[in-house]
Design a protein around this ligand. Structure first.
Ligand code: AHR
Length: 504
């Protein structure tokens, strides 16, 4: 058995967690909207055509924020197509995903859906084929109460109250040659600055997100961020990061280290943003919106044979395995570790396309393996992140360097008087015994130790077997005189909840 030390202290608070760290993303892509959230005629659908079985699962995840409507889709999207009488909306060819977009579900319908889901929307603007004018008009359409051309148009569309969207993305992955209307860092930085200026003239309290690098392999990374922020530093609140993780070589030790790469990505962008801050003698710090992250590789071959120019084709339908859930768990811990600077994060995506929730058209909805770590982090990772001191063995890896066997972080929810330790044991051979000092939590007892583990790293949940990989409770964890002791099964995601004695 391997041993590790994990200690934390009630007084040593790293950050107050922004709940938007548990955000997600829905794009007009594949069956995310058509056949996912929207399926009129499905036995569970409500009067608006929204599947209530899907809504229930989204609500279960307590997602506070959803990025919409893309993604690559947004870079050639005419927002005006998606509002007004549904029978007069144009059918468009979506060049990003080579599909047909009927615009049946548009901005106002999706806003209605997100209210039902209990989530705010973070709207991405098209800075690919369009620019400042379309952006400022959309913001006015959405957020102005009335008495102007665009706000009155919204009212004439049956939406009397403004949506009041707070966070706006200035384009999507503008560094990527695959993007319709992709730009150099200078071209994009200028455009983001001017579009952002117009939006801020409308409402200075809005928060803007500038596009960062699409991933760390981009040839322009990280100079892209430095140049873009040079142009728009004082206008934006966040720089965005995107990253997707793959196990193409079926190399589990490397795959489990992907979050080490995510951690380095975050550190690099914090340094880059702070370098620009110093250059500009600014008092303001730019925070991070990690607004696309997930495992994504399983569906790539299947996507090559999907028929183009159809509505709601089955694109990016990754069937997630147990090992994917461990990687997602490690990423959630990494995001929490940086919660002082990563204020927004969006699991990409939410339904059917690279998603924790899957549906069958006319059939059931079910939870993929990655549903569970996200659920646990979203439910129990609210409050404050505590500085978590870890001493544990590690392994050397050609891609990621030194990878600790234990990935872990503690959070403290003062209201609930509950401390949660999230922990992944990356060791495929051995259990990991963790022991440590939990200063300031001397009277705390174990409320629950949840474990997600499986003998087969490739185990998945499917329509036929939706509960193959599900969490269970174990009862071997204990606290005594301010010390915690737990055993983490080999290859496992763990959620250890400690609470004040006498409290539920
Ligand atoms: O989430 C799928 C795609 O990944 C998004 O459309 C794009 O922004 C990213 O490349």
């Amino acid at each position: 058995m391997m041993q590790a030390r994990v200690s934390f202290d009630r007084e040593l608070i790293k950050a107050v967690i922004d709940e938007r760290l548990f955000g997600s993303f829905i794009e007009h892509l594949g069956r995310a909207i058509y056949g996912g959230v929207y399926e009129p005629g499905h036995p569970t659908s409500d009067k608006d055509g929204f599947r209530t079985d899907v809504l229930d699962l989204v609500r279960e995840l307590r997602v506070p924020l959803i990025r919409y409507p893309g993604g690559n889709y947004v870079s050639a999207f005419n927002w005006e197509d998606s509002v007004g009488p549904a029978d007069r909306r144009p059918r468009r060819l979506d060049l990003a995903w080579r599909s047909v977009e009927p615009n049946t579900v548009g901005l106002n319908e999706f806003a209605r859906w997100s209210k039902k889901a209990g989530a705010e929307l973070m709207i991405a603007l098209n800075l690919g084929t369009r620019g400042i004018d379309a952006a400022r008009n959309l913001v006015e359409y959405c957020n102005h109460p009335g008495g102007s051309y665009w706000s009155d148009l919204r009212r004439s569309h049956g939406v009397a109250e403004p949506h009041g969207f707070k966070v706006w993305c200035l384009g999507n992955e503008m560094d990527g040659p695959w993007q319709v209307g992709y730009k150099t860092a200078d071209e994009y930085g200028r455009l983001a600055s001017e579009a952002g200026k117009a939006i801020k003239l409308f409402d200075p309290s809005l928060e803007l997100v500038a596009c960062g690098s699409s991933n760390t392999h981009m040839p322009t990374f990280p100079q892209w961020e430095a140049t873009v922020l040079d142009h728009c530093y004082e206008t934006v609140t966040y720089i965005s990061l995107h990253d997707y993780f793959k196990n193409l070589k079926n190399d589990l030790p490397t795959f489990l280290g992907e979050s080490v790469g995510m951690d380095n990505f975050i550190r690099t962008i914090i340094s880059t943003a702070d370098f620009v801050k110093a250059k500009k003698r600014s008092r303001k710090s730019i925070n991070i919106s990690f607004d696309e992250w997930n495992v994504w590789f399983h569906s790539r071959q299947a996507d090559e044979v999907v028929e183009p120019w159809t509505v709601g084709p089955p694109l990016l339908e990754d069937v997630y395995t147990f090992e994917d859930a461990l990687v997602v768990g490690c990423c959630l811990i990494t995001l929490l570790r940086h919660a002082d600077r990563v204020r927004i994060a969006c699991l990409a995506q939410l339904v059917n396309t690279i998603a924790p929730i899957m549906t069958e058209n006319k059939g059931p909805a079910w939870r993929q393996t990655i549903f569970y770590p996200f659920l646990h982090a979203s439910l129990f990772g609210r409050g404050e992140v505590l500085e978590t001191f870890i001493r544990c063995p590690s392994y050397e890896n050609a891609t990621h360097g030194e990878i600790p066997y234990l990935e872990s972080i503690a959070t403290f929810n003062r209201q609930a008087e509950e401390v949660t330790l999230f922990a992944v044991n990356r060791n495929a051979q051995e259990e990991l015994v963790i022991e440590g000092k939990i200063a300031g939590f001397e009277g705390y007892k174990v409320r629950e130790h949840l474990v997600l583990a499986h003998t087969d790293p490739k185990a998945a949940n499917t329509k036929e077997n939706p509960a193959n990989v599900t969490p269970r409770s174990i009862a071997t964890t204990s606290t005594d005189k301010g010390m915690l002791k737990a055993v983490l099964p080999r290859l496992s995601w763990n959620v250890i909840r400690l609470g004040a004695a006498g409290k539920a």
